[in-house]
Every structure is written in C-alpha cells, then in structure tokens.
Design a protein around this ligand. Structure first.
Ligand code: SAH
Length: 199
C-alpha cells in the first residue's frame, strides 16, 4: 500500500466498512468529494447525510452527485453538524469530518472547535457498534492548529472501553500537513453495560 495523505487514508480505512453500511454521514460536505466517495462506495439502499452551513458548498455537492447519478441516496442539509441529532435518530455506520474552510471559498467560514467537538460527541452517541468516524484536521493555519489541539484533547479523553482512537500524519512534510483521527466504536458485547463516553 502506498503511503498517502490524511484524506486518502480516511477513504481507504472506511471503504471496507461502507460495503455493509446502512446510514453514513459527511459532517462537512464542502466541495462534495467525501459525499461522493460515501455515495459511490455504499450499497444502493444506503442513506447518506451530508451537512454544511454554506449554500455554495451544498450546490457544488449536489452538482457532483447529479453528474454521477448518485443524488438519489443523499440528503443534503444546510445546517450545522452540531444539530445532527435533529435529523438522524438511527445508528450511524460511518461518518467523515473534513475540517477547515472550503477550498476556493471564504476562509473566514471555517469549522470551529466548539461546534466540531459537539458534533463529534453527538456522532459518537449515534455510532453503531464497530462504526467508524474519521476526522481530517488542518494545523497549517492558526485557527486550524487550535481546532486540532481541542479535538485532540477531546479524543484523548474518550473511554478506551468504548472507543479505539488512532491518529495518522506525515511526519517529515513541511507546512504542517493534515492529521487524520480514526475512532472505532467497540462492539457492545465487549462493553459490559457502559454508557458514558468517558468512563
Ligand atoms: N479543509 C478541507 C476542506 C474542508 S471543507 C480541504 O482543504 O480540502 C469544510 C466545510 O465545512 C466548509 O464547506 C464549511 O462551510 C463547512 N462547515 C463549517 N462549519 C460547519 C458546521 N458547523 N457544520 C457543518 N459544516 C460546516
């Protein structure tokens, strides 16, 4: 396997999970690349939810999906991922977060620590046993560096009885390349009745 950047690694790690996925989430639709990836690598009956707070992002995403005839399985939501439970009340098999700002868009409209962590926590509450969440974080600019720090701190506090949390990055690249976090929910029969995310 060729060593790849955080975004490509996220897709590689998710692909086997997607084969049996019933419901998956793109928490940051952006230009739609991850939404398309999720729609393209899941069965026809899988439902894909994609969130973004910018109309521009959802328009791009819609266009991409239509061009690939995959829009029939995707719900696009113009709302913050901090409101995921307003839309989804079923187990989530896989979720992707690609943090930061929209490439080619307004750099001031970026994901931010508080809502990102709120959305991650809610996704983890909804996550199916054996479900996976990937988070690509961008430490190459100040806001992104602080967001990564906050996300890292939050993830290190998660119960190891409930979640396996791993981290991937290129260590010899200049300009602080993106960092990938992968969270896997441990199967319920191994949990012994634990419900708190932080036990
Ligand atoms: N940094 C990545 C792309 C990230 S796009 C890259 O370089 O490829 C991130 C998307 O998240 C943007 O389109 C932005 O509008 C969206 N976003 C920001 N805050 C959000 C929120 N609270 N809920 C949902 N989407 C959000």
């Amino acid at each position: 396997m060729e060593v790849a950047n955080a975004v490509v690694m996220a897709q590689r790690l998710l692909r086997p999970k997607l084969v049996t996925a019933i419901l998956v989430v793109d928490a940051t639709a952006g230009n739609g690349n991850d939404t398309l990836f999720l729609a393209d690598n899941t069965p026809n009956t899988t439902v894909v939810w994609a969130f973004d707070i910018q109309t521009q992002a959802l328009t791009k995403t819609q266009e991409l999906l239509t061009n690939h005839e995959l829009d029939y399985k995707v719900h696009l939501v113009l709302d913050s991922h901090a409101h995921i439970p307003k839309y989804i009340n079923q187990p989530v098999d896989a979720a992707m977060f690609n943090l930061g700002y929209l490439p080619g868009g307004d750099h001031a409209i970026s994901t931010s620590s508080d809502t990102t962590i709120q959305a991650i926590a809610q996704t983890l509450q909804l996550l199916a046993a054996d479900g996976l969440v990937t988070i690509a974080a961008y430490p190459g600019y100040e806001h992104g560096r602080l967001e990564l720090q906050a996300v890292h701190e939050y993830l290190t506090s998660l119960s190891q009885k409930m979640f396996t949390v791993a981290c991937w990055s290129m260590v010899n690249q200049k300009n602080s390349p993106p960092v990938l976090y992968v969270i896997e929910k441990i199967r319920s029969e191994q949990l012994e009745g634990s419900t708190s995310l932080k036990d």
